[in-house]
Design a protein around this ligand. Structure first.
Ligand code: IPE
Ligand code: IPE
Ligand code: MG
Length: 249
């Protein structure tokens, strides 16, 4: 909570008003975290899931409105069956526990991605998490599962093309706002800040449309080690940026 209580010449409301509305995180570095310790990659995913739980609760406590996390990409199916199964098992467990602890944590869940490729059990849990948490008004956590920015844009294009084919829409009707409403992220404002831990400096197919004007923050910290203090540091760095959106300040 350093972010709220730090001594500064600005008033508290000025600081709070600079809390981003929407933070997105590429939860990367689990495998390297495990390797450094001589553990199997899956051990890194397990600790990574804990890091996510603690960041989601912290995000709620500081009053963040939206937290979007990249948990499994459309490209991650290329990994060994053993690793994919382990990640899916952890996701199932994570969702079961999130549903169990829902009243305590009061986090609203949403999912971005093509969930139809996931196991029926995982799909059922995701649907239950969305349904049971829609009443909460604090933070909304968007969990990206089998998510790819390109897949998301293609899907939106297909939906719109199908509407044109039936005569329900015309090509000239399409604008940026209307297109955004066809994405998995419909209704969610674009991320203000995109964080990538683990030292990689690329977006790996994450929120391609939505991050057009996002601020990026890269850190060498590996995701399993990423804690509230790291989120504070990212927010502090964000506060020093000058967002111009193509204009002049
Ligand atoms: C991120 O950690 C988790 C997923 C992509 C599912 P990685 O597994 O990519 O970890 P590194 O990049 O190999 O360290
Ligand atoms: C991005 O990380 C996907 C997730 C964190 C879920 P990757 O580890 O898959 O990305 P690359 O392969 O390093 O680009
Ligand atoms: Mg990685």
């Amino acid at each position: 909570m350093a972010f709220f209580i730090k001594k500064t010449d600005k008033t508290e409301s000025e600081i709070i008003s600079k809390l981003p509305t929407h933070i997105a995180i590429i939860m990367d570095g689990n495998g390297r975290w495990a390797k450094k310790r001589g553990l199997p990659r899956t051990a890194g995913h397990k600790v990574g899931a804990e890091a996510f739980r603690s960041i989601a609760n912290y995000a709620k406590s500081i009053g963040l409105k939206y937290l979007t996390v990249y948990a499994f990409s459309t490209e991650n199916w290329k990994r060994s069956e053993e690793e994919v199964d382990a990640i899916m098992g952890l996701l199932e467990r994570f969702l079961r526990e999130a549903i169990r602890d829902m009243d305590k944590n009061q986090v609203r869940f949403c999912f971005f991605g093509d969930l139809t490729r996931l196991s029926p059990a995982l799909q059922a849990e995701a649907a239950e998490a969305v349904e049971r948490s829609k009443q909460y008004e604090g933070v909304q956590v968007n969990l990206c599962l089998n998510y790819g920015g390109r897949a998301e844009i293609l899907r939106a294009a297909r939906i719109f093309a199908a509407r044109c084919a039936t005569g329900e829409a015309k090509p000239a009707d399409l604008n940026e706002a209307a297109f955004s409403e066809l994405l998995w992220s419909a209704g969610v404002p674009d991320p203000d800040l995109v964080i990538r831990p683990s030292g990689e400096e690329r977006i790996s197919n994450f929120l391609l449309w939505q991050s057009a004007y996002s601020e990026y923050y890269f850190t060498d910290t590996l995701w399993p080690d990423f804690g509230p203090r790291d989120l504070d540091l990212a927010i502090e760095a964000y506060n020093k940026r000058s967002r111009r959106f193509g204009g002049v300040k």
